[in-house]
Design a protein. Structure first.
Length: 382
């Protein structure tokens, strides 16, 4: 295996490449949070290997500078992961990081000539940071996203375990003043190389996947409400009808229309009207489960498709549940608003066996419902 100085030079070069990759990724995705932390982590981590060739001149201070930089870099990566995954309380974490770094720098400096004791302290912190980074990447993730996060999590677990082994070696007093000569030091440098490539590639791929997901969602979802758009609804109904023809399992399609929406727009402005639409969409999201599908048909019309019901009594029961949830008074933009909605429905196969027939039947019943109850959405002061 190569000597530690050569491996350190390789790590430095890879860190520079990593910093370039992460900086470009950050600048191309300024709307994504956390990428700036990763770019700085790569830069600082790479600079940490710069003093090592000068160890004959500056002695143990080379290791001190390396330890400080290679502790700050994982902390920045951890914070980047937390921001990228949307975890709150940044200010609290920042204060914790400052205390940890001050505490760590002081101990690393004091223990600069005692490698075993220094490794016991330094490696303990890194083990926690690396394992925590892997855990936070995978926590509450699933599907393709989880597999992508796994690409980064594996190198974090690998390097965390490697520091764990060195911690036990240090506990047994295995490192003398010239710890660089110890065989495990070369192995650890090799693991750092794998980790540098792994976290850079894995997290860059995570950013690209998120961008791909956003583009796909823009094509299939309504930008304002986040619900499926008409194109996605048509694809969903085509697929559902194909499956239903084989299984003959019934489902119900509800068509919802917001009453008095034009008057809200004319009186309070389009921004307020948009907020009313968003509120209605959020209520619909809370109502549906894994058996349901919701879409914004356009304007103030929405669709809910449910496979939970099979009898007319169930259809009407769910219809009234939807109505009561939407028409519950709520505060919107410092105003108290009560939305009113008309709801029509169509059942498969009783009311039709294709999309056009089902939508037409639901539309007719929705207008009948609107005629029967002319109550409009109202906005109250206070």
């Amino acid at each position: 295996m190569l000597d530690p100085l050569t491996l350190g030079a390789v790590v430095f070069v890879l860190a520079i490449i990593s910093s370039i990759v992460m900086t470009i990724t950050w600048r191309m995705n300024l709307q994504e949070r956390g990428l700036k932390m990763w770019a700085w982590a790569a830069i600082i981590g790479g600079l940490g290997f710069l003093p090592l060739p000068f160890a004959p001149l500056i002695g143990s201070y080379a290791a001190v500078l390396n330890n400080i930089a290679t502790l700050i870099a994982p902390i920045l990566i951890l914070e980047g992961i937390l921001r990228f995954r949307g975890y709150p309380r940044e200010r609290l974490r920042r204060n914790i990081y400052i205390l940890v770094i001050i505490y760590a720098v002081s101990f690393i400096f004091i223990l600069r000539d005692s490698p075993n004791t220094r490794f016991l302290f330094y490696d303990s912190l890194n083990i926690v940071i690396f394992y925590l980074s892997a855990f936070l990447l995978l926590w509450k993730s699933g599907g393709v996203e989880r597999k992508i996060y796994m690409l980064s999590a594996i190198p974090f677990v690998m390097i965390g375990s490697s520091f764990g082994v060195r911690w036990f070696l240090a506990l047994n007093g295995s490192f003398e003043a010239n710890f660089v000569a110890h065989p495990y030091t070369s192995y650890l440098f090799f693991v750092v190389i794998i980790w540098t490539v792994g976290w850079t590639y894995g997290l860059s791929l995570a950013v690209n996947y998120r961008n791909h997901t956003k583009v796909m969602k823009l094509a299939t979802h309504d930008d304002m409400t986040g619900l499926a758009n008409r194109k996605h609804l048509n694809h969903y109904l085509d697929s559902l009808l194909t499956d239903a023809e084989t299984s003959n399992e019934p489902f119900v399609l509800y068509l919802l229309d917001l009453n008095g929406f034009k008057q809200i727009n004319d009186t309070y402005g389009h921004n307020f009207g948009d907020q009313a639409i968003i509120q209605m969409a959020e209520t619909i999201k809370e109502l549906i489960d894994e058996h349901d599908f919701a879409a914004r048909l356009g304007g103030d019309e929405f669709i809910i498709v449910s496979s939970r019901v099979s009898l007319n009594a169930d259809v009407n029961k769910l219809k009234e549940k939807i109505r009561k949830s939407i028409e519950r008074p709520a505060r919107l933009d410092e105003q108290l608003i009560q939305l009113r909605t008309s709801i029509g429905y169509a059942m498969f196969p009783a009311d039709g066996k294709n999309t056009d027939t089902l939508l037409s039947t639901a539309d007719q019943r929705m207008y009948h419902d609107k005629t029967a109850d002319r109550a409009r959405s109202t906005v109250m002061k206070g």
